[in-house]
Each structure stands twice: as structure tokens, then as C-alpha cells.
Write a protein that binds this ligand. Structure first.
Ligand code: G3H
Ligand code: 13P
Ligand code: ZN
Length: 286
């Protein structure tokens, strides 16, 4: 079926009180792993590409491969740019058929973030593309910041209300203690903050940096209103660990398919587990 929008998927997720998995892709095998998992679980999925992914694979390859994947399956698939920061690039993605975009103005002052998000929304609305924005700063686990700095980066619920009222954005990514990459310890999520945002804001909430967050914390976040959960690092780990294992077991193997095939299968399994955790299994057609 043709690609669907994020708004359509998240509306159903809100009705059913589950979250849709948003999985990062960089190449063909990853796209195939995401679709295989979605089919096996009969789940809707969001396939997203970061600026790094677009630089690596090329926009034409990413959009071409994901469109082919969607056309060859019945499960609903949305194609989304993850952490787009550049207006022109986001427009380029829309032109190439992305059905959803993230405009990440989180490093800007509130007013500038609102202005940039509205600029994207003006175009996206005209062509039926969904928009995710970010408020608060979701950094990387490797970022060298103090506890006070980390705390200051968390989303202010009142600001979230102002932001959503001023933009009418389709989904909002908030900072509640998660970070991108591998955690050193166990991440502590600020559920009170999430609850407060939910009380003040009536759009689906997006959780970034979700790899390595304990399952019960993910489930609680979904209970409190998270409707899109972003996963990248755990997929990379599954893929590369399996590839490493195959190469260690068969040091003379020179056929990339014999290495990437098992890596793709290992990734599919992890995605299936995530889909079940998010409650989106069997939700493709309901
Ligand atoms: O948000 C971060 C994602 O994991 C994408 O990472 O920029 O290395 O592609 P990347
Ligand atoms: P992780 O790599 O920590 O799962 O984060 C993914 C993400 O938030 C992509 O936007
Ligand atoms: Zn992210």
C-alpha cells in the first residue's frame, strides 16, 4: 500500500492507547528488517532517516527503497525524516515523497523554534505531510553535561503548552531524561514531567533515545501518553553483534550476504520485541 502519514498512525495509537515504533534506517537490510518485523507482528511502523542516514545512503535511495517496501506490503508504513534541522532539506524530503518530517528546532530559542516549525507546517499542511517538532534538548549519552545542565535541558511543560498552541504541530518530542546512544547506567525518566506535559498538551508525545530504557519504563511512558517511540541504538547493536559473530565463526567468509543476512534477521527479532513492548502488535488493520 502507499506510504501513510504519521498523523494517521498516531491517531489510531491514541485511540488504542499504544505507541508506534519509529525505527532508524541506513540501508536496504535495515529497511527490510523493519518491514519483516512489521509484517510478522501485523503492526504499523514508522521508518525514519536521520541526516546522517541521508548523507550515507542518499535521499533517492532511502525514499526509493522505503516506497518499494511499502508498495510490497499491506502493513501501514510511514516515511519520516528524523531530527531534520534544515528547512531546505526537509522540503527536499517532502518533494521525494516523505509522508512525515521532524523539524528539530530544539537548539533555538522558543520563539525561533516556533517560527521554524510554523514555516515547515505551512508547506507540510498544504501537501498533507505530518510534522513532529522537539522542545527541550534530548542530547546524547556521551554528552559531557552536569546534572544541573541535564535538568535544565528537560522540557518545560508550560513552554510545551505555549509551543503547541502557537504551532498546532502534529506530534511533539520532549526531553524527560532519555538520551541518544548507549546508556552508561540506567536512565531515570521524569514521569511527573511527562504527566504534566500530557495534562497541558493535546498532541501525541514522542520519546527519543528509547534504546536501553527498561521495558517497564517504556510501558509507563506509553500509559502516560507517549505514542511514538524512537529506536536506533538497539537495532545497530543487534545488527553489528550478529555480523561480528558470523565473521568470528567463519573468518574466511567473503560473501557479504552471508554476513548481512543473519544480521538482518537478528535486527528483525529485536524490532519484533519492541513492537510487542509498545503494544502495536496486531494493530496494522484495526
Ligand atoms: O537521533 C539519532 C539517531 O540515532 C540517528 O543517528 O545521526 O548517527 O544517524 P545518526
Ligand atoms: P536511540 O539510538 O537511543 O534509540 O535513539 C533513537 C532516536 O531517538 C532517533 O531519533
Ligand atoms: Zn532522536
Amino acid at each position: 500500500m502507499p506510504l501513510v502519514t504519521m498523523t494517521e498512525l498516531l491517531k489510531k495509537a491514541e485511540e488504542g492507547k499504544y505507541a508506534v515504533g519509529a525505527f532508524n534506517c541506513n540501508n536496504m537490510e535495515i529497511i527490510q528488517a523493519i518491514v519483516a518485523a512489521a509484517e510478522a507482528e501485523q503492526a504499523p511502523v514508522i521508518i525514519q532517516a536521520s541526516q546522517g542516514a541521508i548523507k550515507y545512503a542518499g535521499l533517492d535511495y532511502i525514499s526509493g527503497m522505503v516506497k518499494i517496501a511499502a508498495e510490497n506490503t499491506d502493513v501501514p508504513i510511514c516515511l519520516h525524516i528524523d531530527h531534520g534541522t534544515d528547512f531546505q532539506q526537509v522540503m527536499g524530503c517532502i518533494r521525494k515523497g516523505f509522508t512525515s518530517v521532524m523539524i528539530d528546532g530544539s537548539k533555538l530559542a522558543l520563539e525561533e523554534n516556533i517560527a521554524l516549525t510554523n514555516k515547515v507546517l505551512d508547506v507540510a499542511r498544504a501537501v498533507g505531510v505530518s510534522v513532529e517538532a522537539e522542545l527541550g534538548k534530548i542530547g546524547g549519552t556521551e554528552d559531557d553535561v552536569t546534572v544541573t545542565e541535564r535538568e535544565a535541558a528537560l522540557t518545560d511543560p508550560e513552554e510545551a503548552k505555549t509551543f503547541v498552541e502557537a504551532t498546532g504541530v502534529d506530534a511533539i518530542a520532549i526531553a524527560i531524561g532519555t538520551a541518544h546512544g548507549q546508556y552508561k547506567g540506567e536512565p531515570k525518566l521524569d514521569f511527573d514531567r511527562l504527566k504534566r506535559v500530557r495534562e497541558l498538551v493535546d498532541v501525541p508525545i514522542v520519546l527519543h533515545g528509547s534504546s536501553g530504557v527498561p521495558g517497564d519504563a517504556i510501558v509507563k511512558a506509553i500509559e502516560l501518553g507517549v505514542r511514538k517511540v524512537n529506536i536506533d541504538t538497539n537495532l545497530r547493536e543487534a545488527f553489528v553483534n550478529r555480523a561480528r559473530q558470523v565473521m568470528a565463526e567463519k573468518p574466511n567468509e567473503i560473501d557479504p550476504r552471508k554476513i548481512l543476512g543473519p544480521a538482518r534477521e537478528a535486527m528483525t527479532e529485536v524490532i519484533r520485541e519492541k513492537i510487542r513492548l509498545f503494544g502495536s502488535s496486531q494493530k496494522a488493520f484495526s
